[in-house]
Design a protein around this ligand. Structure first.
Ligand SMILES: [Zn+2]
Length: 122
């Protein structure tokens, strides 16, 4: 049965190895080291983004411009965090492999950023 996927790049591998080659194994280990070191910082940044978004939404009732600017700032913070620290859930890492998850999160970050900019212009 060939259902095994490389934990890093997501390629199908026939044998029972976890990675398709040493390069993938190395990249995977490096990424996990990076994730372990930065995950607390990542959590803090995401928490701040959520709190500021919440705060901005409330402020919008009193002052629309200030409220929207605050929410936009929170979105930019979130996107910056996603670009610098593209951490998915263990499930996405498992399903797609690290490489595709990182790419997917960065694309999502750019999309959110573009949408935010469009909303600010309009
Ligand atoms: Zn691989």
């Amino acid at each position: 049965m060939s259902g095994n996927k490389c934990s890093y790049c997501g390629s199908i591998i026939d044998n029972n190895e976890e990675f398709c080659n040493d390069q993938c194994k190395h990249e995977y280990k490096e990424f996990n080291k990076f994730l372990e070191k930065r995950k607390n910082f990542f959590g803090v940044l995401v928490a701040i983004s959520i709190i500021v978004t919440f705060f901005g939404s409330i402020v919008t009732v009193a002052n629309v411009t200030f409220g929207i600017s605050t929410v936009a700032m929170a979105m930019f913070l979130l996107c910056g965090t996603m670009l610098a620290l593209p951490f998915g859930t263990p499930e996405t890492f498992d399903r797609l492999g690290v490489k595709k998850t990182v790419l997917l999160i960065r694309i999502l970050a750019v999309v959110i950023m573009i949408v935010t900019i469009i909303c600010l212009i309009m």
